[in-house]
Design a binder for this molecule. Structure first.
Ligand code: NDP
Length: 481
């Protein structure tokens, strides 16, 4: 049994209440570890440690702070294989994805924000011959970072790295479903000599330890990534304390496929965009709109490739598609597929769970599922499913495509597939999503603003946006003659 501990004040610490919750390997359905079921008392200890660490961390020369963050990134790289294995086991994702995407990206988050710490500048505004304003960008103090299970270490570090780079001390909570690599990160903090109390990692459930982090009056900012309803609950909870709040929430991302696109390239990329990480990436395409004249050709090619993608044991090097993260999540996805049938859909491929043999016989697997025949108002086209399920619909004109894409409570990401540069720019301007990819998907540059509109969130992460979020702006005005 792998028993994890909280990481508080630079030490691995059992939860004050002595309670634990089980950790399940999704590929096998078996419990393989336990994690602290932390409570408000553990948050109190973490805040105490962070409070004590804050003056030293803030006074540390930027170069030295940056070096520590860079060392953390390098330490993740040096342990890539063990981190990748842990991530794959904990989350169910293919080991190849953990090795090439999740863990390298977690390392580059630290390296990127190590550089950002040393490059971050603030503005000055001069009033000719009268006065000059300059803006100080000061750390907030103690901040809370709460992340989801789908890209566990990748999204955990995407918050922690800028928060630390900006000079804050952090209380962070990974998802209870995927705690392992966050625990391993604590070991690397010890190894590189991160001062005690600068980063504190608490395990447990959102309703207990997550809510206690949001509630603590000394934690002055919350950076949250997760579901929209959780984001709404957190916003309600922290509003009376006027905390800074960044919310990266759910999505229902449209892909617009025009007849003039490179169909082969679009099908290849859309297969990735739909089913990478078992469809459990907030940026995954879930509503695919296809210009009517190429609908049959696109659909048939897409379905053929989806059928070739068979889930298998995530620990095998050859696996392209792994397990769904948990039984409740698998059941939620399957219930949406049933709903789609009820709503009159045709299931073109997939549509059910998959039973594997051997080690994974009790694991949580769903075949890539492609659905057609639903109206845009159908719940399966409006609600986030967050699994390997996409719907196809035909459109007749640019205007119709845009109106279908924008007919959603969400506004996270979209993709547009066309060779017409004028159309691409026009639609990019008019589509209501925070991220637009044209003829590509998940082309990431860590400097760019990342986040969504409408129910997909508030605020942006990435590059300077993150450094701004994790600092308070203070304007200083000097009058002179
Ligand atoms: P949840 O909203 O269930 O949980 C996210 C995190 O918040 C978890 O650590 C969870 O704890 C914690 N939490 C739950 N309730 C509270 C609370 N009341 N107070 C404080 N913390 C709480 O999301 P999932 O983990 O299920 O992740 C999937 C969702 O994340 C999808 O909707 C997806 O779209 C979204 N997402 C958005 C991204 C973006 O950038 N916009 C990126 C990736 C995912 P625990 O679960 O351990 O109980």
């Amino acid at each position: 049994m792998d028993t994890l501990a909280n990481f508080i004040n630079g030490e691995f610490t059992a939860p004050v209440n002595g309670k634990y919750i089980e950790n399940v390997e999704p590929a096998t359905g078996r419990v393989y570890g336990e994690i602290p079921s932390s409570s408000q008392q553990d948050v109190e200890l973490a805040v105490k440690a962070a409070r004590k660490a804050l003056p030293t961390w803030q006074a540390m020369p930027i170069e030295q702070r940056a070096e520590l963050l860079f060392a953390l990134g390098a330490a993740i790289e040096a342990n890539l294989e063990s981190f990748a294995k842990a991530e794959s086991k904990d989350n169910g994702k293919p080991i190849s994805a953990a090795r090439t995407v999740d863990i390298p990206r977690a390392a580059s988050n630290f390296k990127f924000f190590a550089h950002a710490a040393s490059q971050f500048a603030s503005q000055a505004h001069a009033v000719a011959s009268q006065a000059i304003n300059y803006t100080l960008r000061q750390p907030i103090g103690i901040v809370g970072c709460i992340s989801p299970w789908n890209l566990p270490l990748y999204l955990f570090t995407w918050k922690i790295a800028p928060a630390l780079a900006a000079g804050n001390c952090v209380i962070a909570k990974p998802s209870e479903v995927t705690p392992k690599t966050a625990a391993l990160l604590g070991e690397l903090c010890q190894q590189v000599g991160l001062p005690k109390g600068v980063l504190n990692i608490l395990h447990g459930t959102g309703d207990k330890v997550g809510a206690a982090i949001c509630d603590h009056p000394e934690i002055r900012a919350i950076s949250f990534t997760g579901g929209t309803s959780t984001g709404a609950a957190i916003a309600r909870q922290v509003a009376p304390q006027f905390k800074k709040l960044s919310l990266e929430l759910g999505g229902k991302n449209p892909a617009l496929i025009f007849a003039d696109c490179d169909i082969e390239a679009a099908v290849n990329q859309l297969i990735r965009a739909s089913f990478a990480n078992q469809g459990q990436i907030c940026l995954c395409a879930s509503r695919i709109y296809i210009e009517r004249s190429i609908y049959p050709a696109f659909r048939d090619a897409f379905v053929e490739q989806a059928q070739a993608l068979t889930p298998s044991d995530p620990s095998l090097d050859s696996t392209q598609m792994g397990a769904i993260v948990s039984r409740p999540h698998m059941e939620k996805i399957l219930s949406y597929i049933e709903l789609a049938k009820h709503e009159g859909a045709s299931i073109l491929t997939g549509g059910s769970s998959l039973k594997l043999n051997g080690r994974c016989q009790d694991g949580y697997f769903i075949s890539p599922t492609v659905i057609e025949g639903l109206d845009n108002e159908a719940r399966c086209n409006q609600e986030e499913i967050f699994g390997p399920v996409v719907t196809l619909q035909a459109f007749g004109s640019d205007e119709e495509a845009l109106s279908l894409a924008n007919d959603s409570q969400y506004g996270l990401a979209s993709t547009i597939w066309t060779q017409n540069i004028n159309r691409a720019h026009r639609l990019a301007e008019e589509i209501n999503t925070g991220i637009v990819w044209i003829n590509t998907w998940l082309e990431r540059d860590l400097r760019t603003p990342f986040g969504g509109m409408k129910n997909s969130g508030v605020g942006r992460e990435g590059g300077e946006e993150a450094m701004r979020f994790f600092t308070e702006a203070k304007n200083v005005c000097i009058k002179y003659k």
